[in-house]
Write a protein that binds this ligand. Structure first.
Ligand code: ZN
Length: 496
């Protein structure tokens, strides 16, 4: 009898709990899925001059070399000359100077120099085009065809650089002057680490005592509906932080010699075991606050079971994290990832190498540090004789910028004008940008390139057949014109 009563009580409690969780799901403050009927503002059509100028900028092959001194700077000089000749009003009205010869700074004086200035970033170096066969038009042709401009750098990221200059030219022609000072900083080596560009530029600003109200760079885009499974809406991803980076070269020692008399355990066998340990024992997955915010933004458009999990994170978190881990895209925003990328043994089929080395690339989620990763490697290699060497570009994760700032709200409002139906959400930038180097001069750093890309276009970045649609280029110019014009206007409408 008693057992029955207790069992009954437990079932009753479970039913109440479940009911509570369902209620919590229904009333959870998910961002409303945008059903707005507005079609957005009329974005001015591109002029043929604007298209030509961009195409010609793409034709200059500003490829940076991982060994900075080996970079062919001739195209960089040519590109600077090209900008001066083609955007004369800018160079007439703004103060132009260079840092370390090729870092380009433009300073636009505002009406009120007591206000903290704004900083817009871009880089004008590009990665090499790779196999020419994969391109529908040559990588440095700037060919205009079928509503697209082809070429290396069209998305990453000369579109933003030219977009800024076109937008400012439009405003200068109307005698516009910004309320606060505006700076543009264009780096020459972002693709190879930014140590001779952005790093020095940021230090320059710091030494001048300049700090910025907001900094805007690349590092987020609008992904087309369907890019995230289960979300049938375009999503504007605004990078409020970026992951850290460590490429660790791990050398494992063993016994060398001839393969006819092998030791019981070779260096390569040991390396394989360590690699397996690293892949099997991943860093734990976590939901950091900006990603919880992201889940709340996209959750409203997802199915009941996902909404149920997000709304009841206190109990459902392990299940949700397990789901998120299964997809490489969501896995990457919920943990420090481990990627085994290179391996080297002996050069002979019958030669045992006394040393085997491999490279593991880690992308660190905010909250973990390079030291944590090194301890993690040591643990995976416990009992083995190894050496760890950092390959280049090691960096801790960036700070996380707040979404509760004027800069973020203005950015969000501007995105809303261009993409009235998109979900707009903070995000963690997975790849690296120059942006984090500016942490020494601003708390508020936002990474967003205002273009809508389908999955093919997303894949073309650093790959073959990069192009920008004229529609996206048009949006880029409009985006910057609106940002520059409205930054100090009072916010109206939905800024949630
Ligand atoms: Zn880039």
């Amino acid at each position: 009898m008693r057992v029955k009563r207790i069992l009954g009580l437990i079932i009753l409690l479970l039913v109440v709990l479940l009911f509570g969780m369902v209620l919590k799901t229904i009333f959870h403050p998910f961002a409303e899925s945008t059903t707005s009927e507005t079609t957005g503002l009329d974005i001015p059509e591109l002029t043929s001059d604007q298209i030509q100028r961009f195409s010609r900028g793409i034709q200059i092959a500003t490829v940076s070399d991982s060994e900075y001194s080996k970079t062919n700077f001739l195209p960089f000089k040519k590109y600077i000359q090209f900008l001066k000749q083609n955007y004369p009003l800018i160079f007439q009205k703004m103060n132009f100077y260079t840092i370390n010869d090729y870092g380009l700074i433009l300073h636009w004086k505002g009406r009120d120099s007591n206000l903290k200035p704004l900083l817009f970033l871009s880089h004008y170096d590009v990665v090499a085009p790779g196999d020419p066969d994969g391109w529908k038009a040559p990588a440095f042709s700037g060919k205009i065809k079928d509503g697209k401009i082809y070429g290396r750098g069209t998305l990453d990221m000369k579109n933003m650089l030219h977009g800024l200059l076109e937008a400012s030219t439009n405003l200068l022609e109307k005698e516009f002057q910004p309320e606060r000072d505006v700076y543009f900083a264009f780096g020459q080596d972002e693709e190879v680490g930014g140590l001779d560009g952005a790093l020095i530029i940021a230090e320059h600003f710091k030494s001048e005592g300049i700090s910025f109200d907001s900094v805007f760079d690349e590092g987020g885009i609008v992904v087309e509906a369907g890019s995230i499974k289960g979300v049938d809406a375009d999503i504007a991803l605004i990078g409020v932080a970026e992951k850290g980076f460590l490429s660790a070269r791990i050398t494992v020692k063993g016994l060398g010699g001839h393969s006819s008399m092998p030791p019981l355990e070779s260096a390569m066998g040991k390396a394989a075991r360590i690699m397996l340990n690293l892949e099997k024992n991943q860093f734990p997955s976590r939901i950091i606050p900006s990603i919880e915010n992201f889940l709340n933004q996209i959750g409203g458009s997802m199915g009941f079971s996902t909404r149920f999990a997000i709304a009841n994170l206190w109990i459902m978190k392990p299940i949700l994290l397990n789901q998120l881990s299964k997809n490489p895209a969501t896995n990457a925003i919920t943990r420090t990832t481990t990627a085994l990328t290179m391996m080297k043994g002996s050069d002979g089929t019958n030669v045992l190498s006394p040393e085997v080395e491999f490279v593991a690339n880690f992308r660190l989620l905010p909250g973990e540090t390079i030291d944590d990763v090194k301890k993690h490697i040591d643990k995976a290699a416990e009992g083995y004789d190894i050496e760890i060497e950092e390959v280049s570009n090691t960096r801790n994760p960036s700070k996380v910028s707040s979404t509760d700032t004027h800069g973020y709200k203005i950015l969000k409002n501007t995105v809303r004008k261009i993409y009235p139906k998109a979900i707009i959400s903070p995000y963690i930038t997975i790849g690296g940008t120059d942006a984090f180097k500016y942490e020494i001069v601003s708390e508020n750093i936002y990474r967003f390139n205002p273009i809508l890309l389908n999955s093919n276009e997303q894949r073309s970045i650093h790959n073959q057949n990069e192009y920008i649609s004229l529609e996206n280029y048009k949006r880029t110019i409009f985006f910057f014109e609106t940002m520059l014009k409205n930054y100090d206007e009072t916010l109206t409408g939905n800024t949630k």
